[in-house]
Design a protein. Structure first.
Length: 159
């Protein structure tokens, strides 16, 4: 799968902002993911070619960042923080609740393709644990009542 002309143009524009093209690798990955939902091996190869990098270099960046998806995901990704603080505050019970409500377990995408449930090491809000993120919206002090409201709203609420 080749990059679209719009993706190539956006990546070149970002690369032009840096002294070294390769510095735009995260931007390039985000551009592709924003348009496609995830970053395929073909996209990694194409990004590498545009930025003068090896595919292994691009893949190492993509696989390091847990918000870059290297496999297809649902339209909305639910990241539940499973750090020790969130775990102590009920993150595991929240994960079980989400699994029951959506019929998916961690690492799975629902049959309708709406949600993917993924753990994340830390969302950087330990003082507001437990925390989860749906798409780009972060939710703090989440309990099952809040989860029900969030899921009923389709993950569109105000964090």
């Amino acid at each position: 799968m080749n990059l679209s002309p719009a993706e190539i143009e956006a990546i070149r524009a970002e690369a032009g902002r840096y002294p070294e093209k390769s510095a735009a690798v995260i931007d390039a990955l985000k551009i592709v993911q924003r348009r496609r939902g995830w970053v395929s091996d073909d996209s990694v190869d194409a990004i590498a070619g545009l930025l003068g990098m090896s595919a292994a270099q691009v893949d190492s960046v993509a696989s390091f960042y847990n918000l870059i998806y290297r496999e297809p995901v649902g339209r909305k990704v639910i990241h539940y923080c499973n750090s020790v603080v969130c775990w102590m505050q009920g993150a595991e019970q929240n994960r079980e609740f989400i699994s029951r409500c959506l019929g998916i377990d961690a690492g799975e995408t629902g049959a309708d393709g709406e949600y993917t449930l993924l753990p994340i090491v830390c969302l950087g809000a330990c003082d507001k644990a437990p925390v989860l993120m749906i798409a780009e919206e972060t939710y703090f002090n989440v309990d099952q009542t809040a989860l029900k409201r969030i899921l009923d709203d389709g993950g569109q609420g105000d964090g």
